[in-house]
Design a protein around this ligand. Structure first.
Ligand code: NAP
Ligand code: ZN
Ligand code: ZN
Length: 347
């Protein structure tokens, strides 16, 4: 065991504050990473504040982790001290169930070990995330990071990147497809960049008129203001695929009306409360409403390699870890362009 500095929430109402945690000793298959940067995902806020229920405390959030390898176990083949490495939303899974066999560890039938607010596969050892200076992870759940990309701006790819890449690939996004991205935050801005890189004709659907110029710079060809009802008439029946990243409750039925016949709407945002869906929103036009959860480890590596090839990183604001609570408040006020990244040197 080794003692590690971290920032943690003690309860749903508490501000995040410094805490010493224990990390396990480096096992034969483990990689130890000195964390350089960790992105702040809206899921960190939902879980710290227990908006989804069942949160475990003390909670050290953070699943957009990049840094340098400082030690490896005797059986580790793919990493050595000094390498860049990343950790996303999972640190282990059963590796044997049908989902794990299909490289869909996020759907592990035994329940994957999520990077924080979960347990290791022993079901008792709490997992602690990346708002800390060091992490020990099995090599099988460690990602290779290209030195070609800016390291801090690469961190958000580990969640925002894979979460948007995976549905774009699953629904076979190709040149000319009309893709609508709903909500321009951390996930949304990655969805725009990735869909544009895949050749899609991207429309940004946002409540924030002030983000229009950014949306176009990120790769959107069109912008629809969703606080204006006329937008839903103008764009009715237009999209092959809608990627919905909104973190708060909203009316899915309105957005389903924007799909073409047999179009698909993928929910990525996880609002704390459910929203009713009318059967007619789906029946007319045989439309599909579905969801997607991050992505498997193999696909996460594929996404990182795709981003290295296309020069894609996140647009970030780097902050010292002591400003994490203010960053949460700013995200709740929709004041983020487009991902906060904690500089872990400041811990
Ligand atoms: P974020 O950076 O806070 O962005 C959310 C965006 O949603 C905002 O920028 C805003 O965009 C829009 N929005 C916020 N409140 C709204 C409201 N009341 N009505 C309409 N639009 C609103 O959050 P994020 O980190 O991208 O995460 C987004 C959601 O995805 C969260 O719920 C998070 O938990 C979830 N998530 C899911 C997965 C998965 O695997 N499925 C993975 C990661 C995160 P505009 O200003 O453009 O309207
Ligand atoms: Zn996340
Ligand atoms: Zn499994």
């Amino acid at each position: 065991m080794s003692t590690t500095k971290a920032y943690a929430a003690a309860s749903p109402a508490a501000a995040l504050a410094p805490l010493q945690i224990e990390r396990r000793a480096v096992g034969p298959h483990d990689v130890q990473i000195e964390i350089a940067y960790c992105g702040i995902c809206h899921s960190d806020i939902h879980q710290v504040r227990d908006e989804w229920g069942g949160s475990k405390y003390p909670m050290v959030p953070g699943h957009e982790i990049v840094g340098r390898v400082t030690a490896v176990g005797a059986h580790v083949k793919g990493f050595k001290a000094g390498d860049l490495a990343g950790v996303g939303c999972m640190v282990d899974s059963c590796r044997a169930c049908p989902s794990c066999q299909r490289n869909l560890e996020q759907f592990c039938e035994k329940g994957a070990a999520f990077t924080y607010n979960g347990t290791e596969m022993d079901r008792t050892t709490l997992t602690y995330g990346g708002y800390s200076d060091r992490v020990v992870v099995d090599e099988a759940f460690t990602l290779r990071i290209s030195p070609k990309l800016d390291l801090a701006a690469t961190a958000p790819l580990l969640c925002a990147g894979i979460t948007t890449y995976s549905p774009l690939r699953h629904w076979k996004t190709k040149k000319g497809d009309k893709v609508g991205v709903v909500g321009l935050g951390g996930l949304g801005h990655m969805a725009v960049k990735l869909a544009a890189a895949m050749g899609a004709e991207v429309t940004m659907l946002s409540t924030s008129k002030s983000k229009e110029a950014d949306a176009r710079r990120l790769g959107a060809q069109h912008f629809g203001l969703t606080s204006d009802e006329a937008t839903f008439k103008q764009l009715a029946g237009r999209f092959d695929l809608l990627i919905d990243t909104i973190s708060a409750p909203h009316d899915y039925n309105k957005y389903l009306g924007l799909l073409r016949v047999e179009g698909v709407m993928v929910l990525l945002g996880v609002p704390p409360e459910p929203t009713p869906v009318a059967a007619t929103s789906l029946i007319f036009g045989r439309r599909t409403l579905t969801g997607s959860l991050i992505g498997g480890i193999q696909e996460t590596q594929e996404m990182l390699d795709f981003c290295a090839e296309h020069g894609i990183v996140s647009d970030i604001e780097i902050i010292p870890v002591q400003q994490v609570n203010q960053a949460y408040e700013r995200m709740m006020k929709n004041d983020v362009r487009y991902r906060f990244v904690l500089d872990m040197k400041t811990l």
